[in-house]
Design a protein. Structure first.
Length: 277
């Protein structure tokens, strides 16, 4: 059986394989992976993220991440007539390039590959919007146009305790990273057009998180018609406090708190909090 529509997303969205259950609209997560020494952690629903973090903290061996090959995406496209594939920012991973290459070789399905210019909650929001458009019965071309506009409207802020893996993997400008790690500050960072930049500086994590919530106002976003997604690695209580602060100040349509999986936990590291709207 072929679906009329299907949404494909990479595992940097932190979504489970059964996130969308719909007989008419398919859904599939294509996993990235983390390698610590000789141990590979494929970012699937049943991979133990805590074990990955424990091994990461105790190793001196070479570590890294890898994106799926085009073949994995090509396989995901096969059972649908029309596919929208949403990937992590092309400036953070090779996923977009792999997904796009697979789309150029697809002969039977229409495939549109979306560079989210984001990660985590940024991809989640796009998946939800795409599903909404499909359920509304919009044409493939209308969905393409709307989802690309949605990418431009998203805002991604975050605060980390440790930038080490972002720097080692070249995901962050070295000068920006030096400022973030060397000074006695907790920077609020922004992912803008897929690149990580320092948005504002605070002295403590508590102040940085409070200020990050205050900063939402400066984007002049129509929050009543938006989702807000907060993601965390290991500190759910702090993520829930951030949610409470957001709820107290803004009337978002929906506010969700989600735990990162293997890939995003590797780069965010314990204590990190993302906020996307």
């Amino acid at each position: 059986m072929k679906y009329k529509f299907k949404i494909v997303v990479d595992s940097a969205a932190n979504l489970p394989a059964d996130y969308i259950k719909d007989k008419d609209i398919g859904f599939q997560v294509v996993p990235l992976s983390v390698r610590i020494g000789e141990h590979e952690f494929v970012d699937t629903d049943d991979t133990d993220c805590n074990q990955m973090l424990s091994e990461l903290a105790g190793t001196k061996e070479k570590c890294g991440t890898s994106c799926p090959s085009p073949a994995f995406f090509a396989e995901a496209y096969k059972d649908a007539e029309q596919v929208v594939c949403i990937t992590i920012s092309s400036k953070m991973s090779g996923c977009f390039n792999a997904a796009y290459l697979a789309s150029t070789q697809e002969e039977d399905a229409k495939v549109h590959v979306v560079d989210s210019q984001s990660v985590c909650g940024g991809e989640v929001i796009l998946v939800d919007k795409c599903y909404q458009y499909m359920k509304q019965g919009l044409s493939f071309e209308e969905i393409e146009e709307k989802i690309e506009n949605d990418v431009k409207e998203e805002h991604f802020l975050f605060v980390l305790n440790d930038f080490g893996n972002l720097v080692r993997a070249g995901r962050m400008n070295k000068i920006v990273a030096f400022v973030a790690m060397s000074l006695a500050i907790k920077p609020i960072c922004i992912a803008k057009e897929g690149e990580i930049k320092i948005f504002e500086k605070q002295r403590t994590m508590k102040k940085a998180l409070a200020r990050m919530v205050d900063d939402i106002e400066g984007f002049n976003a129509d929050v009543e018609n938006r989702q807000c997604v907060i993601t965390y690695v290991d500190d759910e209580s702090t993520a829930l406090k951030v949610k409470e602060m957001v709820q107290a100040k803004y009337k978002f349509k929906d506010i969700r708190v989600m735990k990162t999986r293997v890939l995003c936990s590797y780069y965010t590291l314990p204590g990190g909090i993302h906020l996307v709207f």
